[in-house]
Design a protein. Structure first.
Length: 289
């Protein structure tokens, strides 16, 4: 009887050990130090196949069961997952289910008024896989639509990740504002980009907007220093000259009426208005040395 118990125990132990080794333990060729990308919209079956092909798991069935039991099948997060050491299928499954990508995020702040070149330089300093050249190619028609803000990315985020986040942020922040005016969106953004570069503070934006819109209605050249082309041709510049923030976009939509037609900033950033060109020349003499 005692021998049978020992035999059963040994057989059971051998079975469990074999089962763990064959299905649950990390593969011998586990890709330690690798990053596995789970694409947006990937199904659980597609992810299990990816992990099996990349030698992260041995059993797709066990992995899928762990994810389902962890409640993560319906909410799998698209992300890059870093595997710094060998992990069992249980650990891998729980990580995928919980979106535990194990990668540090970096914050990147894009100030209002940055153009595409400045944005590309800023991200290139923080993100190892960010391609400046490709960013500029892919955003050729997006100047003005890359919303300035503080962003958080994994260090291996690409230019495509950046473009998607900045464009989505623009849509989220600006969609409601656009409903407040009959002007078309591109004109709003062109004007907002001028205001962003022309104003020296929030107090200046709305009145500068009013002056510039007034010049357009009069058929007068905008003559905005921030955009030399506005000295040669009338109307708004062909494209936005930078990426404006909410304050400038709001000022573009809600210009402040005034009797002024000219403005300038002195060396300390204070603004001085003039009703006509003669007054403007006097302001230049008084405040620009």
């Amino acid at each position: 009887m005692e021998k049978k118990v020992i035999l059963y125990f040994s057989t059971g132990f051998l079975f469990l050990f074999s089962f763990y080794f064959l299905f649950l333990a990390a593969p011998e060729d586990f890709p330690v130090g690798s990053v596995i990308r789970v694409e947006k919209g990937s199904s659980l079956r597609k992810i299990s196949l990816l992990l099996k092909d990349d030698h992260v798991i041995k059993s797709r069935t066990v992995f899928e069961a762990v994810v389902i039991l962890s409640g993560g099948e319906k909410s799998i997060q698209s992300a890059d997952y870093l595997f710094e050491e060998k992990e069992s299928v249980f650990t891998v499954g729980r990580r995928i289910a919980n979106g535990d990508h194990n990668m540090a995020q970096v914050s990147v702040t894009i100030p209002e008024g940055f153009d595409r070149n400045q944005i590309s330089e800023t991200f290139a300093l923080k993100l190892t896989n960010f391609n400046k050249t490709q960013f500029l190619v892919k955003t050729k028609t997006l100047e003005g639509y890359l919303f300035p803000d503080t962003y958080f990315f994994l260090t291996n985020a690409t230019e495509d990740d950046v473009i998607t986040s900045m464009s989505d942020n623009f849509s989220k922040k600006v969609s409601k504002l656009s409903d407040e005016t009959e002007k078309n969106e591109i004109d709003i953004i062109k004007m907002a980009s001028l205001i962003e570069r022309e104003a020296k503070g929030d107090a200046d934006r709305a009145i500068i907007s009013g002056i510039l819109w007034k010049r357009i209605s009069m058929g007068m050249a905008l003559q905005a220093d921030a955009a030399p082309e506005t000295y040669q041709t009338r109307g708004l510049p062909k494209n936005p000259i930078c990426n404006p923030g909410v304050e400038s976009i709001t000022a573009s939509i809600h210009p402040q009426s005034s009797p002024y037609l000219y403005y300038l900033h002195d060396e300390e950033g204070n603004i001085h208005f003039a009703k006509n060109f003669t007054e403007h020349l006097q302001n230049k003499a008084n405040y620009l040395k």
